[in-house]
Design a protein around this ligand. Sequence first.
Ligand code: ATP
Length: 312
Amino acid sequence: MNALEVKNLVKYFDKVKAVDDVSFDVPEGSIFGLIGRNGAGKTTTIRMMMNIYTPDNGEVILRGDKVDGSFKNKVGYLPEERGLYKKMKVLDTLMFFAELKGKSGRDIEKKAKKYLEQFDLKDRMLSKVEDLSKGNQQKIQFIATILHDPEFIILDEPFSGLDPINTNLLKEIILEKKKEGKVIIFSTHLMDFAEKMCDHIAMIDKGKIILDGSLSQAKKKFAQKNVSLNYEGDISFLNSLPFIESINDFGNNTQIQLKDASYSQDLLKALVEKNVTVKQFNANDISLHEIFVQLAGKLEGEVLTAEVPNVQ
Ligand code: ATP
């Protein structure tokens, strides 16, 4: 069953179509990633889901019914533009946000302190927000997003600006929330996070959905002719091999697309013959990043072709 269904959303800013017929389903109890590079249309889509922007077309369906004002009370939303009252103290800030959602009292305070402890901020609860580092302010805003225990958690680029330790903490809490049965939607341009955390994804590029659905199914589909290679040596000879479709080299990590999945043994043989040190060779494996490069790259090709003037 789908918790949310986004149907044919369109948003123009003047003549620019920032979101172009975007549709996707968010299943119950899942972590859903809205993935795409800067300017792809993620924030605009989320703002339409949150009723901040009125779509020029399309709608958002919440458990079978059109989203209305009551959605606001069911959702914890971390906006892209972070905004806390700088002069307010940390614990007061958290209590204030909880109260806006109709929650107050000792239980909420206890919970706020528990989260502050989890995020290593308990000794800062009486500090003013403005005295905290940017990353720590972001953690406070994240706690404020989830403190009232919303059914839906919508996070716009939650990991940006966090160091690896805090990123991990955030990840753990998001996974905890999933276990509690919450629906979590986050946007990111960081494919690695999406790959590690999401059950379902929608990939958006230039305002359009280029891939959506279950992450494992997408990986299965795209992995078939793909080999992930970790190596040392010179692999430039691969370009001349007839069974290679494309190579995306990141230095020692390379994604190789074969013309057919059955060529993986030939590839391994060729590498060994040329004295390449093969550290890792994973046939039928593909990263989300590579899927994006393949899809967005193809799209770029199409756009370029479309722009070539039709000279008779
Ligand atoms: P980022 O990760 O950089 O925030 P994004 O995927 O969230 O990117 P959006 O912020 O939704 O992308 O922007 C999509 C497009 O719409 C961009 O071309 C952007 O310049 C444009 N855009 C967004 N908001 C406005 C606005 N208020 N007025 C005019 N153009 C806008």
